[in-house]
Design a protein around this ligand. Structure first.
Ligand code: ZN
Ligand code: FE
Length: 193
């Protein structure tokens, strides 16, 4: 069954509101690839946080890692509602992200370098979600609601890594469990926390 000629009213209203739907789909798909790839790289980075000092850092990276998985999950439904799709090939999807900078450092257990990579990832994610907020504000309340919740969580993640790297208090309490996703859990119910 062909779906190419199906134009949902839910998309037509966005065009009427002046939204560039194709540009939004492209940005959302890119953001999804960044979240997915960051989840992968954080898995590897977290593993290399060794020793007494590494043990505390491991927990914070774990919280951020599981919430990036929530962020990936949060994107999927909206991409398809808008008429987009995920690439067929996983490598194409990962290549979109531009996240190679998250490869483990040399030496692999350099905690300072690991934290700097995590911070850079969070700051990139903030820019990505802010971009979606700007594209959708006043035009697409559904995607805006999603983007502003993702942005709020990324801002928390940035604050955690700023605290670990520079001693700037973040005001944060540890999550009750990894993946709690206080801002995005309603968008990623497939994870069923
Ligand atoms: Zn994220
Ligand atoms: Fe994050």
């Amino acid at each position: 069954m062909s779906t190419t000629n199906v134009k949902p009213v839910g998309v037509a209203i966005l065009e009427k509101n002046g939204l560039d739907v194709d540009a939004l789909i492209a940005q959302l798909t890119k953001n999804a690839s960044v979240e997915f790839t960051a989840y992968y790289y954080f898995t590897n980075l977290r593993m290399h946080c060794v020793g007494v000092e590494g043990e505390g850092i491991k927990g914070v990276i774990e919280d951020a890692r599981m919430e990036d998985l929530s962020h990936f999950e949060s994107c999927i439904e909206r991409i398809y509602q808008l008429g987009g799709k995920l690439p067929n090939h996983a490598h194409e999807f990962v290549n979109m992200s531009g996240c190679e900078f998250l490869e483990i450092p040399e030496p692999a257990t350099d905690l300072q370098a690991i934290l700097e990579k995590c911070l850079k990832a969070e700051q990139g994610a903030i820019a990505n979600w802010n971009q979606v907020c700007n594209m959708t504000f006043g035009k697409d309340p559904v995607t805006y609601d999603l983007a502003k919740d993702l942005l709020a969580e990324e801002i928390e993640h940035e604050a955690w890594f700023l605290e670990l790297l520079h001693g700037r208090p973040s005001g944060h309490m540890r999550r009750r469990y990894p993946g709690e996703s206080p801002h995005t859990r309603k968008h990623s119910r497939a994870l069923d926390r």
